[in-house]
Design a protein around this ligand. Structure first.
Ligand SMILES: NC(=O)c1ccc[n+]([C@@H]2O[C@H](COP(=O)([O-])OP(=O)(O)OC[C@H]3O[C@@H](n4cnc5c(N)ncnc54)[C@H](O)[C@@H]3O)[C@@H](O)[C@H]2O)c1
Length: 271
C-alpha cells in the first residue's frame, strides 16, 4: 500500500485498530505507534508485530506503545510528542479509538453524561489526535513513494466515521451524532491543509465483527440477522477488510484523495 514511513494507530488494542496496526507493519511501515487506554493488550500487540513484521530492508518494525485516553488533550499531546522524539517524524494516523452506546427509549431519554462521553471520545478525540498530529506533519518534509519515488505528502490522517455518519439506526443518538460530526471535521480540516500536502479522510465501516459488536452475544445475533436483509453482501465485515481501506487512504496509492469518506460496508449505504 506504499506506507514507507511511521504510523500512529489509536484504539490499537482491539478490533479494527489492531488490524490497522498489523497492516501498516505488514505493508512496510518503518514503525508503528500504538495508543489505547488498555496497556496490557498493547503489550501483546507489540510483541506480535515485532516477532512477525519486518520492513522491506529486513529490519523489524519499530513498535512503541502509549496508554492514552484520546479524549484528554494533555495525554494525546504528550504521547504524540514522545512518538515524534522516537521516530523523528509521523507520516500516517489512523484514529480508530471509539466507543458505542445505545440509549434505552431513544433520543428523548438519552442521559446527558452518556451523550457527552460518546462525543468526548469519538468526536473530540478525533479533533485532539488530528491537532497533535497535524502540527507535526505540517512542519516536516514530504515523504517519497516507496514505489516510484514521487513526493507523496507531508502526512495523512484517517478519521473513523461509520455507516451511522450518513444513516440512522435506532437508539444510537450520541454515536450517530458523533460519527456524523467526524465527517464534518474531516471535510473542513481537509480544506484547511489540502494545499500543504496534508491529506485528511474518513473511513466509514459497516457492520464489522469486533469486540465492539460481539461482546454482547444477543446484540451480535441481532446484527447477523439484520445484515441478511440490510446489507447487499449479506454478511458482516472483518477488521482486516476495514484496515485495508484505512491503509489505502493513508498510503501513496491514494495520493490525490482528500476530504472523502470511504464506505467499507458491503453496500449498506448504497441502498
Ligand atoms: N465494529 C463495527 O461494526 C464498527 C462499525 C462502524 C464504525 N466502527 C468504528 O471503528 C472504530 C474501531 O471500532 P472496533 O469495532 O474495532 O471497536 P473495539 O471496541 O474492538 O476497539 C476500540 C478500541 O478503542 C479503545 N478506546 C476506547 N475508548 C478509548 C479512549 N478514550 N482512548 C483511547 N482508546 C480508547 C478501546 O480500548 C478499544 O481497544 C471505532 O471508532 C468504531 O466506532 C466500528
Amino acid at each position: 500500500m506504499d506506507v514507507p514511513g511511521y504510523a500512529l494507530v489509536t484504539g490499537a488494542a482491539s478490533g479494527i485498530g489492531r488490524a490497522c496496526a498489523n497492516t501498516f507493519a505488514r505493508d512496510g511501515a518503518a514503525g508503528v505507534a500504538l495508543f489505547d487506554v488498555c496497556l496490557e493488550a498493547l503489550h501483546m500487540d507489540k510483541t506480535e508485530i515485532e516477532q512477525k513484521q519486518y520492513t522491506p530492508q529486513g529490519k523489524p518494525c519499530r513498535v512503541v506503545i502509549h496508554q492514552v485516553d484520546v479524549s484528554k488533550e494533555e495525554q494525546v499531546t504528550q504521547a504524540v510528542k514522545a512518538v515524534v522524539e522516537e521516530y523523528g517524524r509521523l507520516d500516517y494516523v489512523a484514529n480508530a479509538a471509539g466507543i458505542a452506546m445505545k440509549h434505552a427509549g431513544g433520543a428523548a431519554f438519552a442521559a446527558l453524561n452518556d451523550w457527552q462521553r460518546v462525543l468526548d471520545v469519538n468526536l473530540t478525540g478525533s479533533l485532539l489526535v488530528l491537532k497533535a498530529a497535524a502540527q507535526v506533519m505540517l512542519k516536516q518534509e514530504p515523504i517519497h513513494s516507496s514505489i516510484d519515488g514521487r513526493p507523496l505528502q507531508r502526512g495523512t490522517i484517517v478519521l473513523f466515521g461509520s455507516i451511522q455518519s450518513v444513516a440512522g439506526i435506532p437508539l444510537s443518538t450520541a454515536y450517530a451524532a458523533s460519527k456524523a460530526g467526524v465527517l464534518g471535521l474531516t471535510r473542513s480540516a481537509s480544506e484547511d491543509y489540502a494545499k500543504d500536502g496534508l491529506r485528511i479522510n474518513a473511513i466509514c465501516p459497516g457492520y464489522t465483527e469486533t469486540p465492539l459488536t460481539t461482546m454482547n452475544p444477543g446484540v451480535f445475533k441481532a446484527m447477523e440477522e439484520r445484515v441478511l436483509v440490510a446489507v447487499p453482501m449479506m454478511r458482516v465485515g472483518k477488521p482486516q477488510e476495514i484496515a485495508d481501506g484505512v491503509v489505502y487512504l493513508a498510503g501513496g496509492r491514494s495520493s490525490f484523495v482528500t476530504g472523502t469518506a470511504l464506505m467499507v460496508d458491503g453496500g449498506y449505504t448504497e441502498r
